[in-house]
Design a binder for this molecule. Structure first.
Ligand code: 2RA
Length: 338
């Protein structure tokens, strides 16, 4: 049982779901505090039957806090996480700032829970597009080894926060009314459109979002030899990232064997009956915590590969749920060592 947990970023799209999850999963804590920038400090936020007033995020705010769960932009995390660690708290961080720091474990509880053992105060939760892919890849990698992954993403507008969904709605309405809407969150109008750019150019023509899928996948699976070729695309869907994934394996594997591995895997639900038009779709995965796989088939273009379709609620398993599950691992570890 934690004496005091602080949630940083409680008023954002992910923070709201972290609050719901802490309550729904009866997270073991005596007190919850909410911290945010001056813009949100003073706001009242509902937590179950309580109303909690958001306090200002400043160094002294972490006195007496055991655990921090944070969903903030990278630059905010860069500043506040050291304050929290200095005050003796453990930080579960959803931003991108700490993920590739060699001293920071990057954790998906179903995949590499053991990595939390080596934390030095900060534990990072992966990017949403990486998390769902790696949950699906992990059982295949453990069984037959993965050589290469080719992935195209279809990412929901909520990946860009509440502003992304406001912009989706405004853009769709403007298109229907034959009007125009000037985008501010995305590079182009997102209504009735697809935008093959998420993030900024990072290296060799790949974006920052795409390179996260390369580096984070290798770190979580603990295998620097895995080759990943990603294309990240923003689509006019509010919630639920989808991914078309082709995996080249070291040893051959049949579609049936892959299906059996996923059936047995924690956190994965197989939804796969093409004859009856059954496969995962964002509408059906919205509000659910699992990673859904379907359209499972052998790669007809190579000797050893599997192609599949993977969908998950980007705000849940892609962010809030994964962070709360990491916090639950820490809670179990604290009980085991007391
Ligand atoms: C996005 N992956 O969808 C990002 C959010 N972390 O924009």
């Amino acid at each position: 049982m934690f004496d005091c947990v602080a949630l940083v970023g409680a008023t954002g799209a992910v923070g709201r779901i972290v609050l719901d999850q802490l309550h729904a999963r009866k997270f073991p804590m005596r007190r919850l505090r909410l911290l945010a920038s001056a813009r949100s400090a003073g706001t009242k936020v509902r937590y179950g039957d309580e109303e909690i007033t958001v306090e200002l995020l400043e160094p002294s705010a972490f006195a007496g806090v055991d655990l921090v769960i944070a969903s903030t932009p990278d630059e905010v995390s860069a500043e506040f996480a050291p304050w929290a660690v200095e005050a003796g708290a453990v930080v579960v961080d959803e931003s991108g700032y700490w993920r590739m720091d060699p001293k920071v474990p990057l954790v998906i509880p179903e995949v590499n829970p053991q990595a939390i053992e080596n934390h030095q105060g900060i534990i990072a939760s992966p990017n949403c597009s990486t998390t769902q892919m790696v949950v699906a890849l992990a059982p295949i990698h453990a069984a037959v080894g993965i050589r290469r992954v080719v992935v195209s993403t279809y990412q929901a507008t909520s990946g860009a926060g509440l502003a992304g969904n406001v912009e989706l709605e405004a853009s769709v309405r403007a298109s229907l009314d034959n009007g125009s809407h000037t985008p501010s969150t995305f590079q182009h109008p997102i209504g009735f459109n697809l935008i093959p750019q998420i993030g900024s150019e990072k290296e060799s023509g790949y974006t920052s979002e795409e390179m996260k899928m390369v580096y984070e996948t290798r770190k979580i699976l603990g295998d620097e030899s895995i080759a990943v070729c990603p294309t990240a695309v923003r689509v006019p869907v509010a919630i639920g990232h989808s991914e078309s994934i082709l995996v080249e394996t070291k040893k051959p594997i049949t579609a049936q064997q892959a299906r059996e591995l996923w059936d047995a895997a924690e956190g994965v639900t197989v939804v796969d009956d093409l004859d009856n038009h059954v496969y995962p779709m964002p509408r059906d995965c919205d509000g659910r915590d699992d990673v859904f796989v379907g359209r499972i088939r052998q790669d007809i273009s190579s000797e050893s590969g599997i192609a599949f379709w993977c969908v998950s609620d980007n705000l849940r398993k892609g962010a809030a749920t994964n962070a709360v599950q990491i916090a639950e691992l820490l809670a179990r570890k604290a009980v085991a060592s007391s």
